[in-house]
Design a protein around this ligand. Structure first.
Ligand code: ADP
Ligand code: ZN
Ligand code: ZN
Length: 730
């Protein structure tokens, strides 16, 4: 091979830690670093990323690249840096990291081309009595338009028609027949003016605006304190300087009001979330990359969007668990936001009413600046707390008598009531009354949850669905008794306790689509007395001005969990649910049902508030040698063969211990290894799961030790992973 050939180094989208060298055939242009290239790999061709285009000491034998896809870098330099950092930090192959960063349409190698935005057309129905028995789709559309949307005087968006399952073809035929007509364009609503900030808001806004280059702010603001207004006004200098803004939110469906506020203030904003098609996602990605879009609001993966000139990153509800990816590349979008802000030399604004202990710790050690909004904007007062001692009480559908009485009073005073229960379905257990047998999932170490309407047993871990048994599978005799409360059962009980009151159940079973959720929310926002019962979908983001009573029906699940993060999570949840109450003129009450009324966590939370709780909890984390002071990683392994999974981790442990013995340094420099032990869900989807926990005195020792694992070869029947900073340590 002539030595004059240019050799490039390519990251391929495979779970392999090596990079691969290829040469550029004569006459072929040289790909830029960050460009996508098509290369032969094994027996196939793959789309990889060129990470070096001037390899001096490449291997002698290299295959030629097939094709250079991009004339410019698909992955700009800052993102490539971020990818390299992630690969090291999360101990994950660079090729797979890059594949995660690219939108899937780009991964397949299609050329980057920004398409003109479709015109947002709306259609008016001119002939509601149109009939054509030979064209049933046309009739169906006319009927759909006639019934579903009689109120829409300025026309029905074409998007909604397509979503309902009608084609453009049907629309255009009806247009030709004069049955449909394009609606006149609507004048865009004038943009909303900034609110007059409260003094606390003004201080926070000024701090962010005055920051020069990289710094991180933690905006801790009680629910309803006006954090969004701070975000909106803090954006001004970046926008004025022609910069772009990235706003991360936990889940788009749960934060419609936040989104609406950005749009009302700035007009069109881009959005990236799981509801988009691959093409829509790619188009938004490209518009950010080119600089055309100035504001992007997105969920977790939006942190990987390239920007022409990023000026500020905002992470709303920074404590939210959805920022942590729990499979594959287990990254934290919040932590990556910090890294990215540092690379781009721009400010990062984290906001929450209940900040993560990680972020509070970073304030304590001077890494983050603390901004506080201690009071609610607009004068609403904070809710009062009451604990209901469940011991020795007979419950009615999971509700204590005193709670039922309180619900009555609030409804009578025209208030709305929100009941939180983190368990969907009817009952979490189906029990044989004579022998004690319980319906369990055949593939997991878990009970099946009984669902009604439709009646089915569902495993909430592996999603297996089975028929409801009509007799005990062990003794064949006893009657089967549903035990415990799910949201469906509570809804039933409420319906018989309060027959005249509308009841809205809001959980994943009732809100499969955004439309369903929005329809329910709209009714609630009309403000009539009603009862909402739901899972954490209700706890997040929403602003329910008429809610005066919030109840947490079962606080014990969180209080009793052995996970070291359980107290933090439970406190966040209670404060967040409580934050839905009394956000307008009416003061709110929060009732908490527990068998542990004297639980110190509850007491501290109620007496000292979240900040006081967090301070004490950080002290106990420190004493126990846990994160955030002591970084943690989990090695997980799973296989159908129990011994295989366990032995793999036992070998890892033996290896790591040897490495530590060979290293210099006293016991205080040692990483502690715990396990391997069965995971709390020891068998899931018919695979046995084990874990080995590492807790280190410092980041460096943790990473050095993980590095020493190398890349063990494993049998195909075994899956294993490294989770750095695991969220679910159990
Ligand atoms: P948070 O996100 O902190 O829970 P929001 O941003 O939802 O709080 O604000 C709560 C309510 O207070 C909203 O209705 C908002 O319009 C209002 N609000 C915020 N800031 C101000 C202000 N400076 N003056 C008047 N109303 C405000
Ligand atoms: Zn039985
Ligand atoms: Zn299962």
């Amino acid at each position: 091979m002539p030595s004059a050939l240019t050799v490039i180094r390519v990251a391929v989208p495979r779970p392999l830690h090596s990079l691969y060298d290829y040469h550029v055939p004569e006459g072929q242009e040289l790909p830029l670093v960050g460009a996508r290239v098509r290369v032969p790999f094994g027996n196939s061709r793959v789309v990889g990323i060129c990470v070096e285009n001037d390899v001096k000491e490449g291997r002698i034998e290299t295959k030629p690249i097939l094709d250079v896809i991009d004339q410019e870098a698909a992955i700009p330099a800052t993102l490539l840096d971020l990818a390299q950092w992630m690969s090291q930090y999360y101990h994950h192959p660079l090729g797979e990291v890059l594949a995660t960063i690219l939108p899937s349409a780009a991964r397949r190698g299609s050329a980057f081309e920004i398409k003109a935005l479709p015109i947002a057309r709306r259609w008016l129905l001119k002939q509601a009595d149109f009939k054509n028995p030979r064209a049933t789709r046309q009739e169906a559309l006319v009927q759909w338009l006639g019934t579903a949307v009689t109120e829409a005087t300025d026309g029905v968006p074409e998007e909604a028609i397509l979503k309902a399952g009608f084609t453009r073809d049907v629309i255009s035929r009806l247009v030709d027949l004069g049955v449909l007509e394009a609606a006149p364009e609507i004048e865009p609503a004038p943009l909303q003016q900034p609110l007059d900030p409260t003094p606390a808001q003004a201080d926070a806004i000024k701090a962010v605006r005055d920051s020069d280059g990289f710094s991180i702010f933690l905006l801790e603001g009680v629910t309803g304190s006006g954090k969004t207004e701070v975000y909106l006004q803090a954006m001004a200098p970046a926008l004025n300087a022609g910069g772009q803004i990235l706003v991360l939110v936990p889940e788009i469906a749960l934060t419609p009001q936040t989104l609406a506020r950005f749009e009302d203030r700035f007009g069109r904003t881009g959005m990236i979330h799981s509801g988009l098609t691959d093409q829509q996602r790619l188009q938004t990605w490209l518009r950010c990359k080119s600089g055309e879009l100035t504001i992007l609001i997105g969920t977790r993966s939006a942190i990987f969007t390239p920007f022409a000139k990023l000026g500020l990153i905002i992470v709303d509800e920074e404590h939210d668990s959805s920022y942590k990816q729990q499979e594959g590349l287990r990254y934290s979008a919040r932590d990556l936001a910090a890294k990215r802000a540092q690379q781009e030399d721009i400010p990062l604004l984290l906001g929450s009413a209940t900040p993560s202990l990680e972020s509070i710790f970073n304030v304590q050690r001077g890494r983050y600046r603390h901004l506080l909004l201690a009071d609610r904007a607009g004068g609403a007062s904070m809710p009062s707390y009451h604990i209901i001692d469940l011991r020795g009480q007979t419950l009615h559908g999971g509700l204590a008598s005193s709670l039922i009485q309180t619900i009555r009073e609030h409804l009578a005073a025209s208030g709305q009531v929100l009941l939180y229960l983190n368990r969907r379905g009817y009952a979490p257990t189906l029990l044989c009354q004579s022998c004690g047998w319980q319906a369990v999932c055949p593939d997991c170490d878990a009970r099946l949850t009984l669902h009604r309407t439709p009646a089915v047993m569902i495993c909430h871990h592996c999603a297996l669905r089975l028929e409801v048994p009509n007799h005990c599978e062990a003794c064949g005799q006893g009657a089967l008794l549903p035990l415990g409360q799910g949201t469906q059962r509570t809804e039933d009980s409420l319906a018989s306790l309060f027959p005249d009151v509308p009841i809205h159940r809001i959980d994943r079973d009732t809100t499969r689509t955004n439309r369903q959720l929005n329809a329910q929310l709209q009714q609630i926002h009309e403000g009539q007395p009603c009862i909402m019962v739901g899972t954490q979908m209700l706890a997040k983001g929403h602003h329910f001005p008429s809610v005066t009573l919030v109840a947490v029906l079962n606080a014990d699940a969180g209080l009793l969990s052995p996970d070291f993060r359980a107290p933090e999570r439970t406190a966040q949840l209670i404060v967040q649910v409580a934050g839905r109450a009394g956000r307008a003129a009416k003061p709110g009450q929060v009732w908490i049902q527990s068998h542990q009324p004297d639980n110190p966590l509850l007491g501290r939370l109620i007496e000292d508030g979240y900040a006081g709780f967090a301070k004490t909890e950080l002290e106990s984390r420190s004493l126990a040698g846990l994160p955030p002071m002591h970084p943690m990683a989990l090695l997980r392994a799973e296989a159908e063969n129990q011994a295989l999974a366990q032995a793999f981790l036992a070998n890892c442990k033996a290896h790591l211990e040897q490495v530590q013995v060979a290293q210099e340094g006293g016991p205080e420099a040692r990483v502690n290894l715990y396990g391997p032990v069965p995971a709390p869900m020891a068998r899931l989807a018919n695979r046995y799961r084990f874990q080995l926990m590492l807790i280190a005195p410092s980041r460096n020792t943790l990473h050095r030790l993980l590095q020493s694992l190398g890349h063990p070869r494993v049998p195909a029947a075994l899956r294993w992973s490294i989770d750095v900073d695991p969220y679910d340590a159990l």
